[in-house]
Design a protein around this ligand. Sequence first.
Ligand code: CMP
Length: 139
Amino acid sequence: AIERTFSMIKPDATRRNLTGAIVKMLEEGGLRVVASKRVWMSKRDAEGFYAVHKERPFFGELVEGMSSGPTVVQVLEGENAIARNRELMGATNPTQAADGTIRKVHALSIGENSVHGSDAPETAKEEIAYWFSELEIVG
Ligand code: CMP
């Protein structure tokens, strides 16, 4: 089925001028960008977005990293977009990511792993709503 998922190009990647390179990999992988904006998250934005991880030992580092520079937040659309995006990203830890995936090619470490993507339909819905109004999504 045609789905929508939420995607972020994280500060480690925007800092290295990789926005276009990453979008190209998503588009060539069959996904379409139907909403996109560049934001500099406050710590509060990052804490709210990643609230599910607040008890994790890496939470502080995650919030610092996500508020350290610009992020490109996007809605992607396509056939099985949620799973497809996760395939294109590769494993969270770039040392475990498959060849040719975005994280294998571009990520620096598990914390600086260049991209985020929703893991399930419910989280996709929540994450899209955290950053976008329906009017900003143009399919
Ligand atoms: P992401 O898909 O954005 O979801 C949560 C993020 O936490 C994850 O990608 C990683 O960037 C980060 N993360 C997960 N585990 C660790 C870890 N052990 N150390 C630092 N950051 C981590």
